[in-house]
Design a protein around this ligand. Structure first.
Ligand SMILES: C[S@@+](CC[C@H](N)C(=O)[O-])C[C@H]1O[C@@H](n2cnc3c(N)ncnc32)[C@H](O)[C@@H]1O
Length: 275
């Protein structure tokens, strides 16, 4: 929500009352202490929004990655408690089943070469391993790659690569049929997202598809507070796709029967891309 829209809404809430009169009304009904806290809170929120705006401008002007740089991601995910294997981000079994059946299996062809970017502890790898003839895992965290290597030690169709957080240099051009990445690009800084899109364009065979869950909220209220969301919009992502010669097939926030399952935050979306 923009600063202007917010201040119009606040004024509407107060109606035609001036600030002092509004404070008096609140004071009469809630007492001085409550009203002082309310005033303090409004001031702090306003200050926080201004600081947020300044940080966003600084990032844009100087190309800073904020909390979504490769160094920050590496340190954060290396130290994550992976004992729940990423299932702490799964809202329900039904949600996960539907994402696999209605999205993964719908867009990615079975018995082909698939790349997963950012597998973590293998929450989606388990399903991908079952459908791919060759599955290539790429993560900037060596700990995540090691966890997957151990978890899928029995699988003979998986290759493991630790990367630099922005390229797929271990993968040959025009050699891949599908790319899957969920809950990863939402945390990646826009310049690195663009670098990956260029790489996806390079490694996909003509007709190959990528399913990428990414940020869409930019600096919307609260977006940067939760889990280090990337400062990009759905339109930014679409522009990057276009400029690297790929086609955006679909962009959606919900899937499954009647669209009953949704991305886990309102600042995220899913794009399906084709070469
Ligand atoms: C929130 S976890 C999600 C893991 C898994 N995809 C899941 O859904 O359970 C984010 C994962 O992305 C990886 N990651 C973060 N930034 C990355 C980057 N720039 N390149 C490759 N992997 C990255 C992290 O190491 C971690 O494995």
């Amino acid at each position: 929500m923009s600063e202007t829209v917010r201040s119009v809404m606040q004024k509407e809430q107060r109606g035609r009352l001036g600030r002092i009169r509004w404070a008096r009304v609140l004071m009469a009904e809630n007492g001085a202490r409550w009203t002082a806290y309310a005033a303090l809170l409004a001031g702090l929120k306003n200050g926080a929004r201004r600081i947020e705006g300044r940080m966003a401008r600084l990032e844009a002007r100087n190309g800073l990655s904020g909390r979504t740089g490769r160094g920050a991601n590496y340190q954060y995910w290396q130290r994550w408690d992976w004992s729940h294997q990423g299932e702490e981000w799964t809202p329900s079994d039904d949600w996960k089943r539907s994402l696999i059946d209605d999205v993964m299996l719908w867009y990615l062809k079975p018995n082909t070469t698939i790349v997963e970017i950012g597998p973590g502890a293998g929450r989606w790898t388990e399903a991908l391993q079952g459908i791919a003839s060759r599955l290539i895992l790429v993560d900037l965290s060596d700990r995540c790659i090691e966890l997957c290597r151990r978890r899928f030690a029995q699988a003979g169709n998986i290759e493991y690569h630790v990367n630099d957080g922005r390229s797929l240099s271990a993968i040959e051009s025009d050699s891949v049929d599908g790319v899957w990445s969920f809950d990863v690009f939402v945390h990646i800084a826009p310049p690195d997202v663009e670098s990956y899109i260029a790489e996806i364009s390079r490694v996909l065979r003509p007709g190959g598809r990528a399913v990428i869950n990414h940020a869409k909220g930019g600096r919307d209220d609260g977006a940067s507070d939760i889990g280090q969301r990337s400062n990009m919009s759905a339109a930014d992502f679409a522009r990057m796709i276009d400029s690297h010669g790929l086609t955006l097939v679909e962009q959606f926030d919900a899937w499954g029967p009647g669209g009953r399952h949704k991305v886990t935050t309102k600042w995220d979306t899913v794009s399906v891309i084709e070469k």
